[in-house]
Design a binder for this molecule. Structure first.
Ligand code: IPM
Ligand code: MN
Length: 366
């Protein structure tokens, strides 16, 4: 079995704390399954700025290029907030990584175990069995990257800023393919979210998604929804969705909404899949928890490592083709949490375990 090499970029504040535990879980699974994995750590975000003068140091980027995937922690925090926006860890590390590796498909599972229902702000009866949906967000197009993107002084002295929302048909097609594949692995229901009553990009989006599904995936049940309505439907009755797919900015906003209805950010993983293939012939990807660096609880050993552990499972699934190991990790997290091992964010005032204790429970469940 060839060695699978992945870059480990823990980042800042709780990033390294949860990463250490996720790697411990991964080592355990690797030993059980006879996998040969090589974790290659490097600085990113604030750690990159402090140690190399840049949020995404060249040495880190080179290491990622020579790896089969990136396991990412989280970046940013008060220490670097005074820097100009363009140099801040979030913008100067994550966005260039997404662009450099064309990580166009962001897969965010919205999963809430029914045992954790109380963590959700949604009324109990609306989520009787918990929540199980998936957000597929386009990640390298739209307003985030479209040109022109600038601030200019007009002839009358007024200031004007412009961001550009732009999509090519081919970009919409490739994200639709990811969404279709995801829907096929679930209930085969796909909802495409846009603003086709107003936006030109959305008109092309809707037409392209419809044509693609009619042609390549007639087995998938497709619906369309305007984004404002979708924001409302998501809090009214989240499980009416199975998989939804949307453009970059809409997906940024809706996925945060999804995160809050799923209770704790500490439980949500994500995968960003690229156009490139790794040495295994599988998609190169970046895997990261949905939550941030949580500076307020950093250094206390209380952060929830589940999102980082679950992101590791997604890396095994999508970039390494190790479905069995991935499913075993997901089952172990579920078993540990529903069996009562809870970090403070999901303990509802009951007895809580720390970061390490949570990982111990996951390992025990394996
Ligand atoms: C996310 C984040 C990023 C985004 C920021 C940190 C650039 O909010 O991954 O959702 O807006 O995409
Ligand atoms: Mn976001």
């Amino acid at each position: 079995m060839p060695t699978i090499k992945f870059a480990v970029l823990p980042g800042d504040y709780i990033g390294p704390e949860v990463m250490a535990e996720a790697l411990r879980v991964l080592e355990h699974v690797a030993r059980q399954e006879g996998l040969v994995l090589e974790a290659r750590p490097a600085d990113v975000g604030g750690a990159g700025i402090d140690n190399h003068g840049k949020a995404l140091p060249d040495s880190t980027l080179r290491l990622c290029e020579r790896s089969d995937a990136i396991l990412f922690g989280s970046v940013g925090g008060p220490k670097w907030e005074k820097l100009p926006p363009k140099e801040q860890p979030e913008r100067a590390a994550l966005l260039p990584l997404r662009k450099h590796f064309t990580l166009f498909a962001n897969i965010r599972p919205g999963l809430l175990y029914k045992e954790l229902k109380a963590a959700s702000p949604i009324k109990d009866e609306r989520i009787a069995d918990g929540i199980d949906i998936v957000c597929i967000r386009e990640l390298t197009g739209g307003l985030y990257f479209g040109k022109p993107k600038e601030t200019t002084t007009l002839a009358d002295g007024d200031l004007q800023a412009v961001d550009t929302m732009v999509y090519r048909k081919s970009e919409i097609e490739r994200i639709t393919r990811t969404a279709v594949e995801t829907a096929r692995s679930r209930k085969r229901r796909l909802c495409s979210i846009d603003k086709a009553n107003i936006l030109e990009t959305s008109v092309l989006w809707r037409r392209t998604v419809s044509e693609y599904v009619a042609r390549h995936a007639p087995d998938v049940e497709l619906s369309h929804m305007y984004v404002d309505n979708a924001a409302m439907q998501l809090v009214r009755s989240p499980n009416q969705f199975d998989v939804f797919v949307t453009e970059n900015m809409f997906g940024d906003i809706l996925s945060d909404e999804m995160a809050v209805i799923c209770g704790s950010l500490g439980m949500l993983s994500s995968a960003s899949i690229g156009t490139g293939k790794n040495s295994l012939g599988l998609p190169f990807g970046l895997y990261e928890p949905a939550g941030g660096t949580a500076p307020d609880i950093a250094g206390k050993g209380v952060a929830n490592p589940c999102a980082q552990v679950l992101s590791t499972a997604l890396m095994l699934r999508y970039s390494f083709g190790l479905e069995k190991a991935a499913a075993r990790i997901e089952a172990a997290v579920r078993k540990a949490v529903t069996g009562g091992a809870r970090t403070a964010d999901i303990a509802f005032g009951g007895a809580a375990v720390g970061t390490r204790g949570m990982a111990d429970a996951i390992i025990a469940a394996l």
